[in-house]
Ligand binder design. Structure first.
Ligand code: PMP
Length: 353
């Protein structure tokens, strides 16, 4: 039979998201979701939503949501772009800031594995900087790389390691001649956001999400903050692809969520304290745990291979993420759950060990 796919669709290697199993109910610690529910204000916005308005298209540029984000972030609405998950925004960054056949992008060898997928999809070359032996990122080495723009996840995934704001500022300043994208998906668990720097540095774009720190992974919404010229580039590309990426319900719920900072500060502090408890508990069980500033830990056992840990836990009803990749094949990435979920993980590990 004739294969109707384009060469690109036939040959591209898509991103592999964490599994969403249906065979049984797991303690699900594999996709870095927040264990707590969305804020009561967000739930109220959902309940009060006028569903009869769904015959009409949503606001194409999500103006009310952008205003709410701007207020929470201390910037102006024109400095904000909203997208269908931060994944969509990161994807739009490729055509917006990188030329096909140009110098391309540079980022770490061990970081969010969607970056190379986006680059390949949009025909943008990329160069990888190997992380150091301790899995830290040497920003000076990244600055020395030829590229049209640089991408850094802070905190990084899947390592969880965070870079202090002062170092990020120096990096942004030293690369003032090219775009620097800081992916802050996990910043609610580190609190060193580079957003305040956007007023000083026109080359800086900070990308954030409602999925982790706002307990709204199911809503699919993210945002970027940066100079108006960068934001305009994202709008130009969005309007070549999808005029209405965020539905009406999503815009209303996310605007309510971001106005309830106090609720999320409290819940995310609980995640942080569980992270510290889990780190110590894992170290006590023979794991090396990288110092995490995110809502997951990246850990390897002294005796058991990463795959054995993953499979042993899965057999006991606990799902974590394992990457079959050079340098990190002996690690598992474990999302910080509620206290009950984390205790279930530790119990399963005790049985295994
Ligand atoms: N950046 C990083 C580093 C991530 O781990 C993720 C989540 N997989 C995202 C961005 C995308 O998150 P979302 O599309 O849910 O906003």
């Amino acid at each position: 039979m004739k294969n109707f796919l384009s060469e690109k669709a036939k040959n591209i290697a898509p991103y592999a998201a964490g599994e969403q199993p249906k065979d049984k109910k797991y303690v699900k610690l594999n996709t870095n979701e927040n264990p707590y529910p969305p804020s009561p204000k967000a739930l109220e916005a959902y309940k009060n939503f006028d569903f009869s308005s769904l015959n009409l298209y949503p606001a194409p540029d999500a103006d009310a949501l952008r205003a709410a984000v701007a207020e929470a972030e201390g910037v102006l609405p024109e400095n904000v772009f909203c997208g269908n998950g931060s994944d969509e925004i990161l994807a739009l960054c490729l055509p917006a800031f990188f030329d096909e056949g140009g110098e391309g992008a540079a980022f770490a060898d061990i970081t969010y594995s969607f970056y190379p997928v986006f680059c390949n999809f949009f025909g943008v070359k990329y160069t990888l900087l190997p992380l150091e032996a301790d899995f830290s990122l040497d920003l000076d080495k990244l600055s020395a790389m030829p590229a049209q723009g640089l991408i850094v996840a802070n905190p990084n995934a899947p390592t969880g390691i965070g870079i202090p704001l002062a170092e990020i500022e120096r990096f942004v300043r030293e690369n003032s001649g090219r775009v620097v994208i800081i992916d802050e998906a996990y910043m609610p668990f580190f609190n060193e956001s580079a957003v305040p720097l956007i007023k000083k540095y026109k080359n800086l774009l900070v990308v954030k999400t409602f999925s982790k720190g706002y307990s709204l992974a199911g809503m699919r919404c993210g945002y970027a903050v940066g100079d108006v010229s960068l934001i305009e580039g994202l709008f130009r590309c969005k309007d070549c692809f999808n005029s209405y990426p965020l539905d009406r319900v999503c815009q209303a719920v996310c605007a309510a969520a971001i106005s309830d900072g106090a609720y999320y500060a409290e819940k995310n502090a609980l995640v942080i304290s569980e992270r510290e408890r889990l780190t110590e508990a894992l170290r006590g069980r023979g794991f090396e745990v990288l110092p995490s500033k995110s809502n997951f830990v990246f850990a390897r056992h002294g005796r058991l291979a990463g795959k054995e840990v993953y499979e042993g836990l899965r057999a006991r009803g606990v799902l974590v993420r394992h990457f079959q990749k050079p340098r990190i094949e002996n690690f598992c990435r474990i999302t910080i759950g509620s206290r009950v979920q984390n205790d279930a993980l530790l119990k399963a590990l005790d049985e295994m060990l």
